[in-house]
Write a protein that binds this ligand. Sequence first.
Ligand SMILES: Nc1ncnc2c1ncn2[C@@H]1O[C@H](COP(=O)(O)OP(=O)(O)OP(=O)(O)O)[C@@H](O)[C@H]1O
Ligand SMILES: [Mg+2]
Length: 438
Amino acid sequence: MQRLLVVEDDASVRTTITTFLELEGYNVEAVSSTREAIARLNRDQYPIVISDIYLDERTGIDVLRTAREQNPGCVVILMTARGSMETVMSATQHGAFDYIAKPFELDAMLATIRRAEATLNGAEEHVEDIDDLPETEMIGSSPKMIDIYKIVSKVAPTDATVLIEGETGTGKELIARMIHRNSQRSREAFVPVDCGSIAPSLLESELFGAMKGAYTGSDRDRVGLFEAAHRGTVFLDEIGDIDLGFQLKLLRFLQEREIRPVGASRPKPIDVRIVAATNRDMQKMVDEGKFREDLWFRLNVVPVHVPPLCERRGDIPLLAHYFLKKYNGRYHQTTRMTESGLKTMEIYSWPGNVRQLQHMMERLSILAPMGRIDESAVREAIEQMEPRETSSETLADTEAEQIRRVLAATGGNKSRASKILGIERKTLYRKLERMGLA
Ligand SMILES: Nc1ncnc2c1ncn2[C@@H]1O[C@H](COP(=O)(O)OP(=O)(O)OP(=O)(O)O)[C@@H](O)[C@H]1O
Ligand SMILES: [Mg+2]
């Protein structure tokens, strides 16, 4: 029979909870003060403790601290009718398993206890950390990554134009930066240009600049990004997104290496190295007449194909450890990975590639129950990252808890928190309101 310690000063609530849980088959010990609770915890170990927060001169937070000090594996559930952001924060920071607002349905409390038991039973050894993580930003030792390093090491010191192709989140921009850093231009600027997000009508003046008076309201010369990158590297991201009209202008630039700012009478020579990237099938775009073949040839001097993560699964453990270490450090967490958690990651398809893995480790570093990334934690994280129909009840159950944990880890920073949770800021505010924490 599972032993539970219940701490509640209100006699009728205490009796109700005790009777209900005994009928559910638990071995319940109930006390009415922090003093009694702490005395018992010092004498004996309880796997699960359920405590009210506002009790007497001390609070449920003191009970929580004692319980976790005496037995770090102890699962503590706090309940209160007078919750605030502050109490929730300190509960979370001291390792409370969950926090229930009163009044609650007894069945909801039971569901929380069942989840707590699952954590106790499922306790699984974590895998060893990888101590000797490589001192690099570019993680991966799979044969396919080694092939990329070979190409990059040969092409970086030259001024050759490079075209990096790969799915979203595979690390194209990281590779572009590595090329720049290992080139003779490394001391000069690296200027990324997201061609896909600049309106076609603005691309020309953004890249080539514009003279004073070229547009209504332009009262001074505007330096273009190519000129800003003079002697450095320009990274043309999402190159497949530029329209046919501008493709011709870009081709001219690549042939002449001169810019002509909008409204200027004379061209200006510019010395930049071009690295371009795309997640589109360029061959297909050329075949369909959407991308100029001559421009493609100019860009595709040295192609680098970055394989999707599912074609280099061997790198997943290294990447997962690397990101976990990074986010544990950032958010002051001590989350560990288990064998089953890692296995689950290794067989997943990763449609969002390395970026998706990175986001998942950021979330899990904060949200993994009891700081343990096991199979169910990974499955849940995957489920929440994928567009899906919201059907599962457990999600609503754990949602509030997740929001609290993320807010605690980010020091209450709501915009950071909404990013990690994968929801809009507005949505987060609405949910906080519903939780009574706005
Ligand atoms: N091999 C790697 N090692 C460490 N971090 C990586 C690796 N590959 C990608 N990342 C990280 O994953 C994230 C996405 O990478 P990046 O922005 O380079 O992808 P991308 O291919 O440019 O994606 P998109 O096509 O969506 O722009 C970045 O935060 C990057 O630092
Ligand atoms: Mg990119």
